[in-house]
Design a binder for this molecule. Structure first.
Ligand SMILES: Nc1ncnc2c1ncn2[C@@H]1O[C@H](COP(=O)(O)OP(=O)(O)O)[C@@H](O)[C@H]1O
Ligand SMILES: [Mg+2]
Length: 238
C-alpha cells in the first residue's frame, strides 16, 4: 500500500467506528426513550460525547498531517506555563479512561512554545498513556529543568515498546502489532505529529521503555527569567 491508500484506509476505519457508535446510541435512545432509565440515558450520552471527542482529536490530527508539510503554517511561540495545560488534559483523559489515576508532579515551569500545539503534543502523549497503560494503573507526569530546557516525562506501566521500534513509532501510520494495539484503536498518526510539532518548536522527544514501564520525554526550551538574564550576560560578553 502506498501512503495515500494507507491514509484512506486508516481514516475511513477511524471515522466509521465512532460515527457508527454515535448513530447507534442516538437511535437506541430515540427508539427506547420511555423504557430507558436516567442512568442509562446518561451512560449513552456519555458514550456519544466520548466518541465525538475521539472524532475531534482524529480530525485535528489529520489536519495537522497536511499542515506539517505547509511551510506557511505559522507557529506562535510564547511563554507557556505547563502545569494548567497538563492538568486540563489529564481531566479530559480521565473521562475517557476512568480506571486510571494521574499523578502530576510539576512545578511552575514555563516553556517557550505555541500553546495550541504544545497542548496537542501533550494530549497525544497522555492519551497514549491512557490507552496503552495497564488497567487501573497510574500515569505519572513530571517535569524538571536542565540546561535551558524543561523536560516533561509522561510515564505509564504496561507492555513495553521494544528498542527496535523506538524510531518506527514516530513515523506516519505506524502502530506496533501486539495484542494490546489490536485491542485499542488508533491511526498511528499521533506520535508522528507529536515529534514534528515538538521539533518545529525547537524541542525534542524520545522514548524509553523497559521493565514494564514506558517513558516519553519531551524537552522544550525554557522560558524563565533567569535564563533570559543569563543569555543577556552571555551576549554582552561575546
Ligand atoms: N505509552 C505507550 N505504551 C506502549 N506503547 C505505546 C505507547 N504510546 C504509543 N505506543 C505504541 O506506538 C504506536 C504509535 O502511537 P501513535 O502514533 O500515538 O498511534 P496510535 O495511538 O493511533 O496507534 C501505538 O500504536 C503503540 O503501539
Ligand atoms: Mg496515539
Amino acid at each position: 500500500m502506498n501512503d495515500y491508500e494507507d491514509f484512506i484506509s486508516t481514516v475511513s476505519h477511524e471515522l466509521r467506528t465512532p460515527l457508527t457508535s454515535i448513530r447507534g446510541f442516538s437511535q437506541t435512545m430515540l427508539a427506547s426513550w420511555e423504557k430507558l432509565d436516567d442512568d442509562n440515558k446518561k451512560k449513552f450520552l456519555n458514550i456519544i460525547i466520548e466518541q465525538s471527542n475521539r472524532l475531534i482529536n482524529l480530525v485535528e490530527n489529520m489536519l495537522s498531517v497536511t499542515k506539517l508539510q505547509d511551510t506557511k503554517d505559522t507557529i506562535i511561540i510564547k511563554e507557556v506555563t505547563i502545569k494548567p495545560v497538563i492538568e486540563m488534559i489529564c481531566s479530559i483523559v480521565k473521562t475517557q479512561h476512568p480506571d486510571k489515576s494521574f499523578k502530576i508532579d510539576i512545578n511552575d515551569h514555563a516553556i517557550l512554545a505555541d500553546k495550541d500545539k504544545f497542548q496537542q503534543v501533550m494530549t497525544n502523549l497522555i492519551e497514549n498513556a491512557g490507552k496503552y497503560g495497564d488497567d487501573k494503573s497510574t500515569i505519572t507526569i513530571k517535569s524538571n529543568y536542565a540546561n535551558d530546557f524543561v523536560i516533561i516525562k509522561v510515564i505509564n506501566n504496561g507492555i513495553e515498546i521494544s528498542e527496535n521500534d523506538y524510531e518506527k513509532i514516530f513515523t506516519k501510520f505506524s502502530r506496533i502489532d501486539n495484542p494490546l494495539t489490536r485491542k485499542v484503536q488508533g491511526s498511528g498518526l499521533g506520535l508522528y505529529i507529536t515529534k514534528n510539532l515538538v521539533e518545529k518548536m525547537g524541542g525534542n522527544i524520545r522514548v524509553n521503555s523497559q521493565n514494564h514501564e514506558t517513558v516519553f520525554e519531551v524537552s522544550m526550551p525554557c522560558a524563565n527569567i533567569e535564563r533570559q538574564a543569563m543569555n543577556a550576560v552571555r551576549n554582552s560578553n561575546n
